[in-house]
Ligand binder design. Structure first.
Ligand code: FE2
Length: 384
């Protein structure tokens, strides 16, 4: 079998890496950049450090601090227009996945006419200016992925551009101020990226390695990062884990879990990382029927010892149970605790099939709507 290993974007990793952003962006040939952030990240001390580092090497900075969660199309268009009007020759994204995805979308739209829908899921556009991504959370892996997910207001759906950053600056110190809830949910997003990558139709040895390693780090260090945000080693390990998980799903895209999570996000406003976490145990039960050796690999990366003679169902059940216990430990809320009824949850079943990631469910098993309702019911019932 011929497989393709993806290595899209170089990374600079380490404490204090943010101080060198000016030199790095200059080396990309940029002289005037649009610095994208949101109202929260723009207030972080590291934002000022980033801005000063750029200014100190003579790079002009135009600020756009208005990025929003689940990047709405109107924000992406507004930022693109500003980038064009200001004639910037570079983009710098300082924030979580939403800020980085907005910047990636700007990279597509700056040099290409609207409407934006013509660029969803393809590379049929003129390349944009260099983009430097500086994540302030550890979870989305957007700095390393080939996707920018935005919210299309007309379709009422998440849509993806195929676009990647040109450089990532990973400075774990920046993530130290993330509150426990955000640390937990973004960390579980990374966990689900890895677990879905491992069980993806197009998993390869490279994505398996990155996915397993990332799960090992998350299981050991996410509870420590949630319990004590200042735990330096935990923050470092989670930043690596998130980055590796993102690289894993470049080759081995997410599938059933993210389809469910995106739908629960769009229809019931469940936070992405929480929705991914809640779907994950049932996705493992499902995947164990198709790729049990991969679900076993996930369990072993979690430190479980799974009996040699365990059948598919037993493997799925053991790994799912361990994930639920892990989620409880970091206080991932249940759907009930979020105010949803079982009916609210099950009724989104038909919409899950509209998600592009459903096409990548392992081994092309075609789920029926009744089966999807049963999976969603189990997501609700089995984690209280
Ligand atoms: Fe995700």
């Amino acid at each position: 079998m011929i497989v393709r290993y993806t290595a899209l974007c170089p990374m600079v990793f380490g404490d204090g890496a943010i101080n060198g952003v000016g030199e790095e962006v200059k080396a990309l040939g940029c002289t005037r950049v649009l610095l994208l952030s949101d109202t929260i990240t723009a207030r972080q001390p590291a934002y000022a450090t980033c801005q000063n580092s750029l200014l100190n090497v003579g790079i002009e900075v135009v600020e756009y601090p208005n990025c929003l969660p689940d990047p709405p199309d109107h924000i992406v268009i507004e930022a693109s227009k500003l980038a064009n009007a200001e004639k910037v020759d570079g983009l710098v994204a300082f924030g979580g996945g939403s800020v980085i995805d907005t910047a990636k979308a700007v990279k597509v739209l700056m040099n290409n006419p609207l409407p934006m829908a013509q660029y969803y899921g393809n590379y049929n556009y003129k390349p944009g200016v260099p983009l430097t991504a500086i994540p302030t959370t550890a979870g989305t892996g957007s700095e390393t992925t080939r996707y920018a997910v935005i919210s299309d207001s007309q379709l009422v759906q998440k849509k993806s551009f195929y676009v990647h950053a040109d450089l990532g600056i990973l400075d774990p110190e920046i993530t130290a101020s993330m509150p426990p809830q955000v640390t937990a949910s973004t960390g579980m997003d990374a966990f689900s990226h890895s677990a879905e990558a491992l069980t993806s139709q197009t998993a390869n040895p490279h994505s398996d390695l990155l996915g397993s390693d990332s799960i090992r780090r998350i299981v050991q260090y996410l509870p420590l990062a949630v319990a004590d945000g200042a735990n330096h080693q935990a923050r470092r390990e989670m930043m690596i884990a998130s980055n590796f998980a993102g690289s894993a799903f470049n080759d081995a895209p997410t599938h059933l879990g993210h389809s469910i999570a995106q739908t629960l996000g769009a229809h019931q406003h469940v936070t992405h990382g929480v929705a991914c976490a809640l779907a994950l145990p049932e996705v493992m039960v499902f995947a164990a029927g198709i790729v049990p050796e991969k679900v076993r690999m996930i369990g072993e990366a979690m430190g479980l010892s799974i009996p040699r003679d365990a059948d598919n169902q037993a493997i799925g059940a053991q790994v799912a149970k361990a994930i639920r216990t892990f989620m409880k430990g970091i206080q991932i809320p249940s759907l009930k605790a979020l105010g949803l009824s079982r009916e609210d949850t099950v009724k989104v079943a038909p919409y899950v099939f509209n998600e592009a990631s459903m096409l990548r469910v392992p081994d092309g098993v075609s789920l029926t709507e009744a089966q999807m309702e049963s999976i969603l019911g189990a997501v609700y019932d089995n984690y209280q």
